[in-house]
Design a protein around this ligand. Structure first.
Ligand code: F6R
Length: 260
């Protein structure tokens, strides 16, 4: 995998937004997989700036969701569908018809998971999937010991993840216990994976992902099996990487036109 160490979240946002812009220029009807949480917000802001400046045409872009809480009523402001409408679709000027996501309020959740897998496949598969990483090494909501071959399914959140996400709710009790998430096998089918991490709180998970063994205890380590995975981290999130100098030298010697 390629590891890019940037100065801060703003530089991360700019770099990754440029990669998304290059994808859209190459493939205007690409399927762009987005993540929720705090980390990707600078990417969405930088992309919205490019769209606003007329540098990127998203009129044919399709956007898809990585995961969703189970049990929040449709329209709940913290459902990931609503969060993504606010943070991604509205700023980019993309309508609901170009948005794919699982139905976390469905009565038959296994059927909703299978239907979402099918919709992703019918749309031609994900071209670029953004990923955050949990402090416990999760990607999507694939918590530790998730099958590395898993498909979209229902998962139970760990207490650690619920505590991490309580900041978006009025306390821990309101954080749902269950989610629908693309499986690790599903995520690995995207053509390009871009994992983002910022801050010292992610340093341990990042080091285990990049330099540790592939293990279901660190679900993000499955990225080591992907032919085009890019990890973009700030200095704080990179602080436990043993080969940080090597990654910096490698990236610095890469031709600028090649992107990530
Ligand atoms: C969200 C998701 C999660 C987050 C992760 C990090 O769709 O899939 O894996 O990316 O929990 O969240 P932040 O960025 O808030 O630290």
């Amino acid at each position: 995998m390629e590891v890019v160490i940037v100065a801060d979240a703003a530089a991360q946002g700019e770099l990754v937004a440029s990669a998304v812009a290059e994808l859209i220029a190459r493939k205007p009807d690409a399927l762009f997989g987005v993540a929720t949480g705090s980390t990707p917000l600078p990417v969405y802001q930088a992309l919205a700036t490019k769209v606003g400046a007329g540098q990127v045409d998203v009129s044919r872009l399709k956007v898809c969701q990585l995961d969703e809480y189970v049990g929040l009523p449709a329209g709940h402001p913290e459902s990931y569908r609503e969060v993504l409408k606010r943070e991604v679709l509205a700023p980019l000027g993309i309508g609901d018809e170009a948005f794919l996501g699982p139905d976390g309020s469905a009565e038959d959740l296994p059927a909703a998971c299978a239907a979402y897998e099918q919709r992703l496949a019918d749309a031609g598969g994900v071209d670029l999937q953004l990923l955050g990483i949990g402090t416990d090494g999760h990607i999507g909501f694939n918590e530790p010991v998730s099958s590395l071959a898993s498909r979209t399914r229902i998962k139970t959140l760990t207490e650690r993840t619920r505590v991490d996400n309580a900041r978006f709710f009025n306390g821990l009790d309101e954080v749902p216990r269950h989610v629908i998430t693309q499986g690790i096998g599903t995520i690995l089918q995207a053509r390009h994976l871009v994992l983002l991490a910022t801050g010292a709180g992610k340093a341990e998970a990042v080091a285990a992902t990049v330099e540790g063994p592939v293990s279901s205890m660190v679900p993000a380590s499955a990225l080591q099996m992907h032919p085009h995975a890019t990890v973009v981290v700030d200095e704080a999130a990179a602080q436990q990487l043993k080969l940080a100098d090597y990654y910096k030298a490698t990236y610095a010697s890469k031709p600028a036109w090649q992107g990530i």
